[in-house]
Design a protein around this ligand. Sequence first.
Ligand code: B12
Ligand code: SF4
Length: 445
Amino acid sequence: MKKKCGNRLRVLLVRPKYSSIVANLEPLGLEYLAGLAKELHIPCAIHDEFQYSWILRYERLCRAIRIGRFNFIGFNANANTVDYINRTAARLKKDFPHLTIMVGGPDAELNYMDFCTDAVDLVYHDNGLMSLKNMWRDGLSAAVLEKQSGICFKKDGEWIVKEKGAPVCGFINQPDRTAFYRGLKKNFIFMKGKYALSKASFSCPFACAFCYCTKMNSGKYTERDIMEVVDEVESIRHDKIWFVDDTFFFDKERVRAFCEEILKRGIKKTFMAYARADFIAANPDILPLAYKAGFRDILVGLEAITDELLDEYHKQTSRDDNINAIRNLHENNIVCDGLFVINYTATRKDFRNLMKFIKDNNLLWVVFGIFTPYKGTDAYYEYQDKLVGFRSDRLDGTHITIKPTNMSSFEFMLRYYWIHVLTYPKIMVRTLFGTAYDTKRTGWI
Ligand code: B12
Ligand code: SF4
């Protein structure tokens, strides 16, 4: 590979667009890269395709490359954008042969081999950004690449795969949130408003069969220093923060320390975070403090409403945990955003029972994802032989990838859309009436 001195690099980071009516948020992963580039005085920009229309998508990217005279492209990859990235890399390589193209991000972290193609030069799968820092600082020569962990590069036409480095427990630099502030106008979470993101831990200590997150950071759960997280929250010029940690409510004392520090510093922001049902069911005592500190939304992976299915997912929770968690949150005026997985085995009765569970437990905010065995999860290897239409652009939790066993695919999808029709209008009406966060209210207004 050609040597490019660190200070001659000009980096364009690309976040591919996909259709979503659920959210449009800042590209936090790329903002960490932009922060690193800034620290190294490397000219860098984020091309966030979410800010633009679908029309002339490729032409717009080419124009950005030409205008900025970029020579290094970094793609952020998720399961549903793999094919797009590989296709676009091939086109770019034809139109701009001088470009160095690198792919990183959640999907590359485990499935790096999927990007080892002719058009791509480098794939990044390391824990943390230390290897990238070394490469950007010391150049992209074979000698430098050879020394890094968690990257794939080409040598004499062959892909060399370097093993991942150790798990990380923090970031090596601050994110450059220019893209967040610039994108605020279009930023939204469905019916909830505009959110900034923060990440205070890595991976998850549990091991649900369908989960990709738990495999990240080499499967090791680690936490950032919580005071550093409070500093970050304080520095963000926005009042709503979503902690995208896979499970923020894990260590009760850490949560307590966070909340107390927020109150002590007089920080007035609202927070949203993920928690497990068993934690919320067993620790209602932390919730009044969490509310006081600003937690208004807790996203709970309820996943299923029967113990059998929860066991099959290796969730280590029960139907009772789910019910108790919803009740504890509602009693403390915190919204429970119930996340459900619709299994390919679902029967008509299961769909009906799910609606009944939602009604009986007065759940307003719900998200339904179709069971998708993402490549790299335990479920993927279990269901590998049963996969249908397992194409990258369909891997977004709204498509069938395992044939339903108790009804036709057509009926399954109809029922999947129908449960949205039954639940989402109520969220909209309650939001309109300003009562969507009144957790004790049961009606439509
Ligand atoms: C918040 C979130 C969302 C938000 C959007 C976030 C956003 N910024 O727009 C919403 C809800 C909209 C969403 C949507 C989806 N998400 Co999502 N999401 C997350 C979550 C919880 C946090 C992501 C995050 O912000 N991380 C924080 C940043 C700092 O980390 P990062 O992005 O990984 O970036 C680091 C590295 O990856 C690396 N890096 C990133 N990009 C690049 C590029 C280069 C060149 C290099 C060198 C390095 C690099 O550097 C960063 C700093 O260390 C993760 C869970 C998780 N554990 O990651 C799932 C996760 C990433 N999502 C996932 C999926 C599947 C999706 C969806 C396809 C649908 C779905 N069913 O959820 C869509 C589409 C995503 C897309 N194409 O962008 C999967 C990805 C699995 C996979 N194999 O790709 C995850 C892991 C969760 C899961 N379901 O298992 N998501
Ligand atoms: S689904 Fe949630 S609790 Fe289970 S392993 Fe993944 S992040 Fe952890």
